[in-house]
Design a protein around this ligand. Structure first.
Ligand code: GLC
Length: 736
């Protein structure tokens, strides 16, 4: 008896080692899906479309183990950690068909090793670095049992009141597409079965960043031409890069919620783009169709979302609670359900979950926070910083400085080294800016730290300590900006000044007339007009992740030369919003002397800092722009060559940017569109020729009939180091 029992235990253990029957055959993935689908009951099918939320420690909730055991939990969000995911996976493999669970999580810009926020990463204009950071995030995420990240967020955003502007790539479709593709490649690689890759998710489909008034979750109303020509461009780039999933947006787009929008999900995503991945709703966005006023109840919400093409329902349970009835009544066809289940099963097969449903519980110990990952995060932070002002070479600070003051609560607050989308990063792993400065120069420089005010800076009662410290110091570093909770989701601001009395603190220090630099730590453009006018140096560092502190010290003390360029326009005032470089010419473009032209009475049309802007500790000079041709056919290509010289005394990196203006077309075209970039490291005094090439087909646009066309005509071209000035020439596309 005992021997038989032991044998039974041994055989059942072997069972876990042997891939599931679904994985064994040498059938194609689609054949395996069909075979599995044919065995599934309708209830089991609906179970695959249900995603539920783990607890905030990363464990599944008790009910979820029960659902997993009967095959009614297709995926989770927030369940993470090798033990927790394996525990729940074991429950799923007790079910009749043993379909593994898909574990998802918001790995937006790092899992445990946190990189700068995506807006900051984009400011590097360095796709290779962004790809590498996503690759590191994927390795860490997969090591803790995750298979799927709800990233990259590719929403174009042109309204800095919107808190989620921190989460994307800024205002430009071309740059946003480059960053989307880089993240897809980094997260997914070329083989999702690898134990260091995860499936990515393009979100939020679509146009969520155009929320009216910059107020999160608010309505979006735009022409199909703008939708296709701007807001969908990075999504299509992500799809072409092979992204495995899309997430629907919370918004209603032109009156139809994105979660139940057949135009977006069936016509464009599946019909035109031939996407065969899965579509997940956003958090309860299916049930929110009731609040949108397009569904009378949960049954109707489920019907609308399923029929529109939302495969997985995140957190709300309308599919599971109404799916059987909807199919019985014919309001949702079984082929619709089957189509959604296929998309889910396809992702699971592609991830190799049937062969390898469990994660090696030793992997996380050897993967998380590897020294090379932390170094990569520091390098990324350095590249993300944008030097906005540096009068009289205030920066870098000499390392021989005897006595410095560091001011600002944000300079040494561990919790605020993280940000709204910090993955599973731990504040205790972060190095603050003050700690970074101490590590850099603490051994020989006297450092005095004063907060000046608490994080909210709503009182000036301690200003005098900060002012005294600055008065007595040879140099003062003032760290100001936003706490982590006032950017990110549900964090729109009606004014984008420095919060609280931070500006008053800076003014009080400024009044002492000693040298100082301002370090900005924020999740969105800020209206820092007084600083721009009066402060000697301003370094934009965004929320810069686990190693942001040492990176700030690297740049402040000259061990690194800043090279970031703004991916988003900084307005002078909220009243200018939306303000972005790729604006339309209008029929009355600004003429300062002519009242009857497009302008404000009380502020210039120009931004405080333009898209593409960023200084360096060295200087660069562009010269000798030449074109391979002045006329190209619609199928042609044109090469632009320009010489760039580092005319300063430090090695440095510059980002050469190429903008075009389609002068006359069947619809009005923006005064400028970024169509090329080249990031180049140049040693002091060196000169180099760089080349940017363009295909005529990339100069097309959506015409009045919403068709993508390339039209003949003349184009101005500008090659510069920001979006406002540079070397100019023109060329034409010829022929019909
Ligand atoms: C949130 C966000 C979405 C995120 C999801 C899961 O509400 O809108 O970006 O991926 O819920 O956390």
């Amino acid at each position: 008896m005992k021997r038989a029992f032991t044998l039974l235990i041994f055989l059942s253990f072997l069972l876990f080692l042997v891939p599931s029957i679904h994985a064994q055959s040498n059938l194609s993935t689609e054949a395996k899906i069909n075979k599995l689908l044919a065995q599934m009951t309708l209830v089991e099918k609906l179970g695959q479309l249900q995603q539920l939320d783990g607890d905030y420690q990363g464990n599944a909730r008790p009910e979820q183990f029960d659902l997993a055991r009967i095959g009614l939990l297709g995926s989770t969000l927030n369940v993470r950690g090798a033990k927790y995911t394996n525990d729940l996976q074991r429950a799923a493999l007790e079910s009749r068909l043993k379909i593994p669970i898909l574990f998802g999580f918001d790995v937006i810009h790092g899992y445990r090793t946190l990189f700068p926020i995506p807006l900051g990463m984009t400011a590097s204009w360095d796709a290779a670095m962004v790809e590498n950071s996503s690759s590191i995030a994927a390795a860490e995420a997969r090591s803790v049992g995750l298979h799927w990240t709800f990233a990259p967020m590719v929403d174009i955003a042109r309204d800095p009141r919107w808190g989620r502007i921190m989460e994307g790539a800024g205002e430009d479709a071309f740059l946003g597409s480059i960053m989307a593709v880089a993240q897809v490649r980094g997260f997914q690689g070329t083989d999702l079965k690898r134990q260091d890759k995860i499936m990515a998710c393009a979100k939020h489909f679509a146009a969520y960043g155009a929320a009216e008034g910059g107020r999160d979750y608010n309505t979006v109303d735009m022409s199909e031409r703008t939708l296709r020509g701007v807001y969908l461009v990075p999504f299509k780039a992500a799809k072409e890069a092979g992204i495995g999933s899309f997430m629907t947006a919370f918004d209603d787009l032109n009156g139809l919620p994105s979660t139940a929008n057949p135009f977006l999900l069936r016509q464009i995503l599946r019909g035109e783009w031939k996407f065969d991945g899965l579509v997940v709703s956003d958090y309860t966005s299916v049930k929110e169709l009731i609040a949108h006023g397009v569904a009378a109840d949960e049954k109707e919400a489920a019907m609308l979302a399923l029929n529109a093409g939302t495969d997985i329902e995140m957190v709300s349970r309308t599919y599971g609670q109404n799916g059987v009835e909807l199919v019985k009544s014919g309001k949702v066809l079984i082929k619709t359900i089957d189509g959604a289940v296929r998309n889910v099963l396809r992702a699971k097969f592609r991830l190799g979950l049937f062969e390898k449903p469990f994660v090696d519980e030793n992997l996380e110990k050897t993967t998380l926070k590897k020294p090379e990952f932390m170094q990569a995060a520091r390098d990324a932070a350095v590249k993300s910083f944008v030097l906005l002002k540096n009068e009289h070479e205030t920066l870098p600070i000499s390392k021989n400085v005897k006595n410095i003051a560091v001011i600002g609560a944000l300079a040494d607050d561990k919790a605020n080294t993280l940000d709204w989308w910090a993955g599973d990063a731990k504040a205790e792993d972060s190095v603050t800016i003050l700690e970074g400065i101490k590590q850099k120069v603490g051994g020989r420089t006297k450092i005095r730290y004063e907060k000046g005010c608490e994080l909210l800076c709503d009182s000036d009662k301690d200003f005098d300590k900060a002012v005294d410290a600055a008065r007595d110091a040879d140099f003062t570093i003032i760290v100001v900006g936003e706490t982590r909770d006032i950017s990110g989701e549900a964090a729109s601001r009606s004014n984008i000044d420095l919060p609280g009395k931070q500006l008053d603190l800076i003014k009080a220090i400024h009044a002492k007339g000693k040298p100082y630099a301002v370090v900005l730590k924020n999740g969105r453009p800020l209206t820092i007009n007084w600083l721009a006018e009066n402060s000697p140096a301003i370094l934009e560092t965004w929320h810069s992740g686990t190693m942001g502190g040492p990176a700030v010290a690297d740049v402040l003390f000259g061990d690194a030369n800043p090279s970031g360029k703004l991916p988003i326009t900084f307005p002078r005032s909220v009243g200018q919003i939306p303000i972005y470089y790729a604006a339309m010419p209008t029929g009355r473009p600004l003429e300062t002397e002519n009242r009857y032209t497009s302008k404000y009475l009380d502020t210039p049309n120009t931004p405080l800092y333009p898209f593409g802007f960023g200084l360096s500790y060295t200087t660069f000079k562009l010269s000798n722009l030449r074109l391979s041709s002045q006329n190209i056919p619609k199928t042609g290509k044109i090469r632009f060559n320009v010489d760039i010289e580092n005319t300063g005394s430090r090695d440095g990196t510059e980002v050469v940017q190429l903008y075009i203006h389609d002068l006359v077309a069947s619809v009005s075209r923006p005064v400028k569109e970024l169509k090329g970039l080249h990031r180049v490291l140049l040693k002091a005094g060196k000169k180099q020729t760089i080349e940017i090439s363009l295909d005529a087909k990339d100069l097309g646009f959506y015409n009045a009939a919403n068709q993508y066309v390339v039209e003949p005509g003349k184009f101005d071209v500008m090659v510069g180091t920001n979006s406002t000035d540079g070397l100019r020439d023109s060329f034409s596309i010829i022929g019909n």
